[in-house]
Design a protein around this ligand. Structure first.
Ligand code: BG6
Length: 470
C-alpha cells in the first residue's frame, strides 16, 4: 500500500519524435540517423530511407497530435515527455538558421499540451542526430558537434522559453557505449571505433550538456534542466567477492555519466580505466570550468530491468534481453523480449541515486513492451485487456511509493510509450507499451486508428487518486 505521493507529483507519459511523429521529410525536415536504420538501433544502416522503415510514418503523430494529446489529457497527465527532432529544426545540423516550419510544429504541440494544463518535458536529443552530422562529421567524436548543438539548444530555449520549463539534454547518454550510431551519431562502425574516440565523444556530449544547462539558465532562470541516463542496477551473480567486483566495475561504467553531470568532474575511479585502455581525454580551454559550474538540476532516468554480472562469464548464457551486457537473473521472470522484470530494482535505483547525489530524481521511462490483442470489450468498443501491463506498472509504482517513504525526492513518473509507437531497439510496432493502442502492424499495414486499452482507465485512476489506488 502506497502512503503518499507528493501533491505536485508529475504523472504522465513519454515518447520520442523519431518513434512516433512520422512525416520524416515533411516541411523541410532533414534525415536523421533513424531514417536509415529500418531494423532498429543495433541493426543495419541503409544508404537512404527505405520503405520497410516503420519510423518514416511512425504513428503519424505529426498529423494527429491534437487527438493524441486530448487522450493524454483525458488520463489526467500533468506532464508529457517527448523530444524535438533535431533535423526538423536544423535539417542538416550545421546550418546557422533554423527551419521555421519545424519550430512552428512544436509550438502547436506545446500549445495543445498547455491548453490542458500539461507541462511539456522535452528531450533535446533523443537518438535522432541529423544524418548529415553523422556522415560528414562522425557525430559526437567531432568537437564541432558542440557548436551545432549549442546553436540548436539556444534556438529551442529562446523560442520556447515561456512554454517549456523541463528539459533533458541527451536521452540515455550512457547508451552511446552500446549503440554509438543511434545514440551518438557516430558513423564509424562499432568494431572500428577506438575507445579513445568513443570516450572523447562522450566528453563532447557532457560538455555540450553543461553548456546547455548554462545557456538555459541564462535564458530563463526557472528552467529545470536534467540529465537522462539509462539505469540498470547490477547484481553480483553470486556472493563470490570476484562477482561483487565485476558488479562494481559494471556500475562504474554507468555512474561515470551521472557522476560528471551531477558532481561536475571526472571521478577518480575512471583514471585507471583510462590508463589501462590508453585513453586520454582532450580538454579544451574552459571545459573543466563548464562541467564544474553548470551541473544538472535533477537526474532523470529510464528503468526497464536489472541485470547480473559475474567474474566468470564463460559459465553463463547471455539472455536475449541482455543486449547491453550482463546476464539474466535466475530469480526473475522476463518479458517476451527477454527483459528481466524487477520492480524492486526500481526501488534500488531510486535509493542508490539519492544516496549518492541528494538531488531530485525523475523516472522518465518505464513500462512493459508486450504483444497486445485487440478484442471487443463489454461496451462493444475495441480494446486490449492488458492486465499484464497493469500488473507490471502497478508493481513498479508501489516501489516508487516505498522509495518516497524512505525520503527519496521523486519529481514524477512518465511511463514509456504511453501511446504505442515504433520500438527503438527492434523497430517493431508489435512491441507495444501504450495505454492507447494504435492500429499499425509490423508490415506497415493498419488504419492508424487509436483505441483505449484497459490500462488507460487504470492509469487515469492512479493519477486521479495521486497513487493511492495502487
Ligand atoms: C529506451 C529508449 O532505451 O527504451 C526509448 O529511450 C525506447 O527510445 C525504450 O523505445 C524502450 O525500448 P524498445 O527497444 O523496446 O523500444
Amino acid at each position: 500500500m502506497v502512503k503518499k505521493f507528493p501533491e505536485n507529483f508529475l504523472w504522465g507519459g513519454a515518447t520520442a519524435a523519431n518513434q512516433y511523429e512520422g512525416a520524416y521529410d515533411a516541411d523541410g525536415k532533414g534525415w536523421s540517423v533513424q531514417d536509415v536504420t529500418p531494423k532498429g538501433g543495433f541493426g543495419v544502416v541503409t544508404e537512404e530511407p527505405t520503405e520497410d522503415n516503420l519510423k518514416l510514418v511512425g504513428i503519424d503523430f505529426y498529423n494527429r497530435y491534437k487527438e493524441d494529446i486530448k487522450l493524454f489529457a483525458e488520463m489526467g497527465f500533468k506532464v508529457y515527455r517527448t523530444s524535438i527532432a533535431w533535423s526538423r529544426i536544423f535539417p542538416k545540423g550545421d546550418e546557422s538558421e533554423p527551419n521555421e516550419a519545424g519550430l512552428a510544429f512544436y509550438d502547436k504541440v506545446f500549445d495543445e499540451c498547455l491548453k490542458y494544463g500539461i507541462e511539456p518535458l522535452i528531450t533535446i536529443s533523443h537518438y535522432e542526430t541529423p544524418l548529415h552530422l553523422a556522415r560528414e562529421y562522425d557525430g559526437w567524436t567531432n568537437r564541432q558537434l558542440i557548436d551545432f548543438y549549442e546553436n540548436y539548444v539556444r534556438t529551442l530555449f529562446t523560442r520556447y522559453k515561456d512554454k517549456v520549463k523541463y528539459w533533458l539534454t541527451f536521452n540515455e547518454i550512457n547508451s552511446v557505449l552500446h549503440a554509438p550510431f543511434m545514440s551518438g551519431g557516430i558513423a564509424t562502425p562499432p568494431e572500428k571505433l577506438s575507445k579513445q574516440d568513443l570516450y572523447q565523444a562522450i566528453h563532447h556530449e557532457l560538455v555540450a550538456s553543461a553548456l546547455a544547462t548554462k545557456i538555459g539558465h541564462e535564458i530563463n532562470p526557472d528552467f529545470q534542466i536534467g540529465c537522462m541516463v539509462l539505469a540498470m542496477p547490477t547484481y553480483p551473480m553470486t556472493p563470490n567477492p570476484d562477482d561483487v567486483v565485476a558488479k562494481l566495475e559494471a556500475d562504474r561504467q554507468n555512474y561515470l555519466f551521472s557522476d560528471i553531470h551531477v558532481r561536475g568532474k571526472y571521478p577518480s575511479y575512471i583514471k585507471k580505466y583510462f590508463a589501462d585502455n590508453n585513453i586520454e581525454i582532450q580538454f579544451a580551454e574552459g571545459d573543466a570550468e563548464l562541467l564544474a559550474e553548470h551541473t544538472v538540476d535533477f537526474i532523470s532516468f529510464s528503468y526497464y530491468m536489472s541485470t547480473t554480472e559475474t567474474a566468470t562469464p564463460e559459465k553463463y548464457e547471455r539472455g536475449r534481453g541482455n543486449i547491453l551486457g550482463g546476464f539474466p537473473n535466475p530469480y526473475l521472470e522476463a518479458s517476451e523480449w527477454g527483459w528481466q522484470i524487477d520492480p524492486k530494482g526500481l526501488y534500488i535505483v531510486l535509493n542508490e541515486f539519492y544516496d549518492r547525489y541528494q538531488i531530485p530524481l525523475f523516472i522518465v521511462e518505464n513500462g512493459l513492451g508486450a504483444v497486445d490483442k485487440l478484442v471487443e470489450g463489454d461496451d462493444g468498443e475495441l480494446t486490449v485487456i492488458d492486465d499484464y501491463r497493469i500488473d507490471y506498472m502497478n508493481d513498479h509504482l508501489v516501489q516508487v511509493g516505498k522509495a518516497i517513504e524512505d525520503g527519496v525526492e521523486v519529481m514524477g513518473y512518465t511511463s514509456w510509450g504511453c501511446i504505442d509507437l515504433v520500438s527503438a531497439s527492434t523497430a517493431q510496432m508489435s512491441k507495444r507499451y501504450g495505454f492507447i493502442y494504435v492500429d499499425r502492424n509490423d508490415d506497415g499495414s493498419g488504419s492508424l486508428d487509436r483505441y483505449k486499452k484497459k490500462s488507460f482507465n487504470w492509469y487515469k485512476e492512479v493519477i486521479e487518486t495521486n497513487g493511492t489506488s495502487l
